[in-house]
Design a protein around this ligand. Structure first.
Ligand code: DMJ
Length: 581
């Protein structure tokens, strides 16, 4: 279907470059044609044979190998609940089992990417986009956090302090999933030799380091089985623990990894911690406990839930600001975009990742979604559903690009919705996907602005200059992927394809991919930054959008908010992973 529907002409660089074309003879003699035909038939026979005789790859992709034997299940649980010293042997046995399962699964893995025999296969371009983004980074910015693809040099934001290599760690699992093993090995070697958390003496963002570095290392470990990733993830997780030393246990936003001293963003209301930051540690920390045998990680994040559940919530909503000293809300600003977004995502995913045993996470998610629907979701006059922001009871009719992830989240949770709401929630998800697609379609460059408004006579359009930029964000494509997986409505692949074309046309530069300063301008003005999440999320979601559903299926893998897949912890592996005190 896609081969028929997707226009391939504008994407010639993915298939046949003009240069390569001119190097091929324009006509062949009959004998040459015959030999070519023979070679081609042999290749096709080989491919068909491989499909029938190679072992079934879906086992790895389906995460089936994470289901452990009863002996190991008991050990996993003991590891979480017993003291550190007592659990060492159990942890070793669990790790040994995970490793053996993994080795078995590795024999069964097939992720076709560069070996796809069809030249116009729609997911081939996404692999080649990854290659271009990675090659630029490797050539011009190796070891830096990010790449400046226009000026061809490294770029670092202060979010990571002096930790280096954000793009390398963020990209590890995408490289693996796309079968770019030479690149993956180079990245793994860099991690082994250079990723060092002990030299760091400046502050980092606890949230950013957790979702990109801890999440990236955990996924790389679960996919590749390389011990170095587990070791580094646990080491970094331990470095983050001092952030929780506050009177309430609600962590600081910023932490000096060397001194262990934390503080909050100076701009945050009344010295508050941020909902989307302290609320987006849960998935990674549950896995850190599982892989280290240390219960502290799980205890810290479960305590955050306790604090939240003791508080009154205005209209059932969670304000974005919470003071870690007093345990009281700061300013009553509620958002499903920036400052709030992934808190809601992690409630749902904590439930799914616990094999649906985390009833508390489930209840918090569906209750909060109900409050969001009642208080924040609105329909524009032409019928576009959007999620507004709430400021002390007043609505700001603005929706952020970040908020567009909510279509995917609502679709993912629809199946478990209480009452009879599955169909209703799928409709909401589809409406949000449509609105976010409109925010792209209504720009000149066909990529979406950072925020768009539904007031002053406009719908799904940015009106302020400082909201017109596009920084290669993934949320809209993320929603297309979830919608595609749950509905198989071809429009989601078509919309994803539109994004591929726009990225190629306007963001691709010689050195990689760049964000844009104004998506309404007639020609691109590059911001000269290739964000690490472009490789971690945007390109991975695009690749999965054009792949079969059994590539990292959602019932076995849960994606952290940076698109790093983490396996579901089966109920029978650990009795109640979320009941750790
Ligand atoms: C990513 O780092 C994560 O998706 C985060 O949750 C929100 N922002 C960026 C991508 O836009």
């Amino acid at each position: 279907y896609i081969l028929r529907k997707m226009p391939v002409a504008p994407l010639l660089p993915f298939t046949v470059t003009p240069n390569r074309k001119s190097a091929i003879p324009t006509s062949f003699r009959l004998t040459e044609k015959f030999i070519l035909l023979l070679v081609f038939s042999a290749f096709i026979t080989l491919c068909i044979g491989a499909i029938f005789f190679l072992p079934d790859s879906s086992k790895l992709l389906s995460g089936g190998f994470f289901r452990s034997s009863p002996a190991v299940e008991t050990n996993t649980r003991t590891g979480l609940e017993s003291s550190n010293s007592g659990s060492a042997g159990n942890v070793e046995r669990v790790l040994d089992k995970i490793k053996k399962d993994h080795e078995q699964a590795l024999l069964e893995i097939i992720f076709p990417c560069f070996f796809v025999p069809l030249p116009h296969s729609p997911f081939l371009p996404t692999c080649q986009m990854m290659k271009h983004a990675w090659d630029g980074y490797r050539r011009y910015a190796w070891g830096s956090n990010e790449l400046r693809p226009v000026s061809k040099q490294g770029h670092s934001s202060n979010l990571f302090g002096s930790i280096k290599g954000a793009t390398i760690v963020d990209a590890l699992d995408t490289l693996y999933v796309m079968e770019m093993f030479e690149e993956f090995d180079a990245a793994a070697e860099w991690v082994e030799k250079n990723l060092d958390f002990n030299v760091v003496s400046v502050e980092v963002s606890v949230f950013e380091v957790n979702i990109r570095f801890v999440g990236g290392l955990l996924s790389a470990y679960y996919l590749s089985g390389k011990e170095v990733f587990r070791r580094k993830a646990v080491e970094l997780g331990e470095k983050l623990l001092p952030a929780f030393k506050t009177p309430t246990g609600i962590p600081w936003a910023l932490l000096n990894l060397k001194s262990g001293i934390g503080r909050n963003w100076p701009w945050a209301s009344g010295g508050s911690s941020i909902l989307a930051e302290y609320g987006t540690l849960h998935l990674e920390f549950m896995h850190l406990s599982r892989l280290s045998g240390k219960p502290e990680f799980a205890q810290k994040v479960m305590n955050i839930r306790k604090v939240l559940n003791r508080l009154d919530k205005p209209q059932g909503l969670y304000p974005n600001y919470l003071n870690p000293n007093s345990g009281q809300w700061g300013q009553h600003h509620v958002s499903v975009g920036g400052l709030g977004d992934s808190f809601y995502e992690y409630l749902l995913k904590a439930w799914l990742m616990s094999d649906k045993s985390d009833e508390e996470g489930k209840k918090m998610y569906y209750d909060s979604l109900q409050a969001i629907e009642t208080n924040l979701m609105r329909k524009s006059s032409s019928g576009l559903t959007y999620i507004a922001e709430w400021k002390g009871g007043l609505l700001e009719h603005k929706m952020g690009h970040l908020t567009c992830f909510a279509g995917g989240m609502i679709a993912l949770g629809a199946d478990g919705a209480p009452g009879d709401k599955t169909g209703h929630q799928m409709e909401l998800a589809a409406e949000i996907a449509r609105t976010c697609h409109e925010s792209y379609a209504r720009t000149a460059l066909k990529l979406g602005p950072e925020a768009f408004r539904f007031d002053g006579g406009v719908e799904a359009i940015a009106t302020r200059q400082n909201e017109k930029y596009f920084i290669l964000r993934p949320e809209v494509i993320e929603t297309y992927l979830y919608m595609w997986r749950f509905t198989h409505d071809p429009k989601y692949r078509e919309w994803g394809w539109e994004a591929v074309q726009a990225l190629e046309k306007h963001c691709r530069v010689e050195g990689g991919y760049s964000g844009l300063r104004d998506v309404y301008a007639s020609s691109p003005n590059h911001d000269d930054v290739q964000q690490s999440f472009y490789l971690a999320e945007t390109l991975k979601y695009l690749y999965l959008l054009f792949s079969d559903d059994d590539h990292l299926p959602f019932d076995h893998w849960v994606f952290n908010t940076e698109a790093h897949p983490l396996p579901v912890i089966r109920k029978d592996q650990t009795d109640q992973p979320n009941e750790v005190e």
